[in-house]
Structure formats: C-alpha cells, structure tokens
Design a protein around this ligand. Sequence first.
Ligand SMILES: NC(=O)C1=CN([C@@H]2O[C@H](COP(=O)(O)OP(=O)(O)OC[C@H]3O[C@@H](n4cnc5c(N)ncnc54)[C@H](O)[C@@H]3O)[C@@H](O)[C@H]2O)C=CC1
Ligand SMILES: O=C(CO)COP(=O)(O)O
Length: 377
Amino acid sequence: MTEQNRASVAHPYRSVTVIGAGSWGTALAAVLARAGRSVTIWGRNEDAAHEINTHCRNSKYLPDIDLPPMRATTDLADALKGAEAVLVVTPSRTLRDMCARIAPHVDPAAPVALCAKGIETGTGLLMSEVAAEELRGNPIGAISGPTFAAETAMAHPTAATVAFPFTYHDRLAPHESPAARLAVSLGSATFRPYLSDDLTGVEIGGAVKNVIAIACGMMMGAGFAENTRAALISMGIEEMKALAEALGGRRETVTGLTGTGDLTLTCSSTTSRNMSLGMQLGQGIARDKCFDGRPVVVEGEVNAVSIVQLADRIGLPMPICRVVHAILHDGADLRGTFADFWSRPIQAEPRAMEISLDHPFGTAAEPALPELDKDIA
Ligand SMILES: NC(=O)C1=CN([C@@H]2O[C@H](COP(=O)(O)OP(=O)(O)OC[C@H]3O[C@@H](n4cnc5c(N)ncnc54)[C@H](O)[C@@H]3O)[C@@H](O)[C@H]2O)C=CC1
Ligand SMILES: O=C(CO)COP(=O)(O)O
C-alpha cells in the first residue's frame, strides 16, 4: 500500500443514532449494525422499542425480518448521548419538528444525514435547508437512492449515495469528510455506498421521483403499459434535471442512483407506496379507500404540492408534477388530464433546442386516450 493510499483510509463512526423506527429507519439501522457499528434507534412507540430490544424484530414495519442486534429507546436524550453521527428517518413533513427536538441533544460536530425524500410545503425548502434552520451548525447531508426498505433490511445487494457539501478541508482530506466516514460506516458486502458533494441534486431526485411514480402508477392503473412507463420515466428525469439545475445542483447527479436509479425502481413495482397509490387511483379507487383505508406515508402526494409551489416560484413547467397535483389536489379528471398532457405541443429533445409545435391534438377538447378493453390491458 502506498503512502497516499494509506492516507485515504476513512474511519467509520463508532456509534450512530437513527431517529425514526419505521421501515426505512429500521432498515438503515440494520445496515449500520451489520457493518459493525454500535447502533441506537429512537422511535415513538414503547412496544416497538421493546420488540426490537428483546426479539430483534419490528413486526409492524418489517414483518418476518430478523434484525441484527441494536438498542432501541423512546428517550430522545438517551438515544443521542454519545452519538458520533445521526440519521434522521421520519417523513418529510415531520423533519422540521424532529430537528428542533433533537437539536439540544446532538453534539454540534456530529454529522446529520437526512433520509426523508421531500421538500417543505409552504417554504419550498430542501430537507437540508430546513435542518440547517433547526440544528446548531452540524454538517448536514443526505442518504438517498433506489432502496426499498424490506429488501435493504434483508441484505439484498443495494447501492445508495451519501451526499454532503464538501468544505475546503474536505477537499484537502476527503477521507476525513462526513460523506466518506458515513459511507464506510454503512458499507458492507451487500450495501454499497457512493459519495457525492451535490446535495441539492441528490435531494431533488429523491423528492421529485415520488411524484413521477404516482403519475406512472395512475397510467398503469388506467390500463396502459410499458411504452407509457418508459416515456414517463424519461420525461420525469428531464423534470428532475431542470429543477436540480435551477436550484444549483448538477444535471448529471440526476442520471445517477438518486435520480434515474430511484425513479426506475419506484416506477417499476407496487412495493412502492407512491406507485401503488397512483395505480389504485388509476383503477378508479377513491383516495380514502386506497390501501384499504390505512394511513400510509406517500411522500409524492404531499410533495406534489411543495414541488408545484416551488416550480411556480422559479418559473419551471414541470408538467408531470402539475398533472399529479391537479388530479390529487384540484379534483381534475385523471384520464382527461393525462390526455391533455400527452397531446401537448411537440417539443425538441433535448430541451436545449427551443421549439414548440402545435398540432391537431394540441388542444384536446376530449380525452384522446383510447378506452381499453380491460381483458387485453
Ligand atoms: N420505506 C422505504 O423503502 C424508504 C423510505 N424512504 C423515506 O424515508 C422517510 C420515512 O419513510 P418510512 O420509514 O418508509 O415510513 P414509515 O411509515 O415506515 O415510518 C415512519 C416512521 O416515522 C414515525 N413518525 C411519523 N410521524 C412522526 C412524528 N411526527 N414524529 C416522530 N416520528 C414520526 C412513525 O412512527 C414511523 O416510525 C420517507 O421520507 C420516505 O420517503 C427513503 C428510502 C426508502
Ligand atoms: O424511496 C423509496 C425507494 O427508494 C421508497 O418508495 P415509496 O416511498 O414509494 O415506497
């Protein structure tokens, strides 16, 4: 090993605290524990904490999955005592409150990695910007990628990106950066982390892909198939790139794990709650009857609002996000809205070429999508 190679060994954080004992928080805690870290997980529910501590199970969120040993508690101060790094893994709408609650107990030097996928409604702030307003100067980053919680918890080979903005010191000594140290804290033979310094690009991919997946589910539920899915994935990547770039992120980040990778995963399976909600609505099931009436975290539903608000503010079209918003929140007709979307003026690909062509279907007075014979569809 050369002197230079030896200098680039990154040291894992010894003790890591995970805030949130739902499906993704528990799966990430399992990843950390399998990688050899001392893990504490905080959750709101006493019974769930007891079950993790005594049976290495979280039967509500990850049924039938054996977890590696970890310590669970419902006491926030106790959970954060001695934590060298923290992962916050509660839904995006709870992020501000969660950060305010943990702030008094977290060492300001400890990096905080945000794992919720979303943008704050009303403010249009990224999760990292919300956290920066509530924490006390901690390095703030994100962990994101194509990662269904149950598969991750079962140690299926998985890759994800650890993103923190690189400071001047991080560029001089990248192996000491929070991104590198967190990556080696998580990494194992089955969980492969990548590093990024484009936190904005990473966060935008994670937030927008859920809304696109709802659109994809809606069209699949309405009976359309693989051509439609591939088109929506491609168009969705363009929406992500445009928003990432407008906010100072990099377009190429969107073509990686946290954009294209996660969008492809989410649009490909009803394991996704976003895709699944879209499918049920596309099949004509009323919103309050979806998921058999159970409350389920569907980030794209909330984030259709925040993303359209943000797109309005910065003047971006984001047509798929607007379609989803109109159907979910303005009561727009699903088939008619998608028919109008599909018959928009013809544009160039890539968008760098400015052209917009009206055509006979450019103003669809009637839905132009075919009625499907359900036996064939
Ligand atoms: N489940 C998955 O496969 C993945 C989820 N994510 C993201 O992780 C975030 C969390 O999602 P999941 O763990 O899947 O949801 P979940 O529904 O499985 O668990 C949510 C957890 O948050 C807790 N919680 C809810 N409201 C709270 C509040 N006000 N204060 C404190 N705790 C609260 C619940 O008690 C529960 O433990 C979401 O942003 C999601 O997009 C990211 C990657 C994969
Ligand atoms: O973010 C996820 C996979 O990367 C989980 O997707 P859902 O929230 O749609 O289940």
